[in-house]
Design a binder for this molecule. Structure first.
Ligand SMILES: Nc1nc2c(c(=O)[nH]1)N[C@H]1C(S)=C(S)[C@@H](COP(=O)(O)O)O[C@H]1N2
Ligand SMILES: [Mo]
Length: 201
């Protein structure tokens, strides 16, 4: 633990074990997005699930806030090579979301869709079993707008572009359909431990 946090030096044993290949630790929380932070008013916010074009379930902010809550602590990894250790997130797990909707996943794939016309594809199996949530809080505070507030997807075991900020819903798709960055050369799956940065990795 002694060398944790001393950036610019060789990582200590703990950091080395926690860092996927080609990554380094950062103590900041960098902000990255394809465009400016969209204005998302929590009063009008709705979260919806679609199966293809068909609406399946939808929640207002108040309804969403009444769903069962989950906390997750761990490390996140951005494809631009920073990793951040020991982040703490709170929100609604995808398991609890589907449970509240009263459905089982109707297809093996989905697109997370955002208010800034961003989307990203994730296999449903990577979101279930407590592996992902729609996060509303970071480090005990409501998620800041630049980090995706009021709510973002959190899929911490995949590169962070899969964690769609300003999320408005999930759309189940029959096939694995490429999202915004996946259409622009990024990997369809994005496992940091297998260094799946670009489509041919
Ligand atoms: N809606 C939306 N979500 C997004 C993005 C975006 O442009 N729009 N960028 C992605 C990328 S490329 C990264 S690395 C992370 C950055 O999250 P952060 O700004 O909280 O660090 O958000 C991801 N989620
Ligand atoms: Mo990114």
């Amino acid at each position: 633990m002694a060398t944790r946090g001393f950036t610019g030096r060789r990582p200590g044993a703990d950091a080395a074990r926690r860092l996927p290949p080609g990554q380094h630790e950062t103590l900041d929380f960098p902000v990255l997005a394809k465009g400016p932070t969209p204005h998302v008013d929590p009063a009008n916010w709705r979260f919806s699930i679609h199966h293809g074009p068909r609406p399946v379930a939808s929640w207002s902010k108040a309804e969403f806030d009444a769903l069962p809550r989950t906390t997750w602590r761990g490390d996140i990894h951005c494809v631009t090579t920073w990793s951040k250790f020991g982040t703490v997130w709170e929100g609604v797990s995808i398991d609890d979301l589907l449970g509240a909707a009263g459905i089982a996943a109707p297809t093996p794939y989905l697109l997370a869709q955002s208010f800034d016309d961003y989307d990203t594809n994730v296999p449903v199996s990577e979101l279930l079993g407590g592996k992902a949530m729609v996060a509303t809080h970071f480090d005990g505070l409501p998620l800041a707008p630049e980090h995706g507030g009021p709510a973002r997807l959190l899929v911490p075991h995949l590169y962070f572009w899969k964690s769609a900020k300003w999320i408005k819903g999930l759309r189940f798709t029959a096939k694995d359909e490429a999202g915004f960055w996946e259409l622009r050369g990024y990997h369809m799956f994005g496992d940091p431990w297998r260094e799946q940065r670009y489509s041919d990795d």
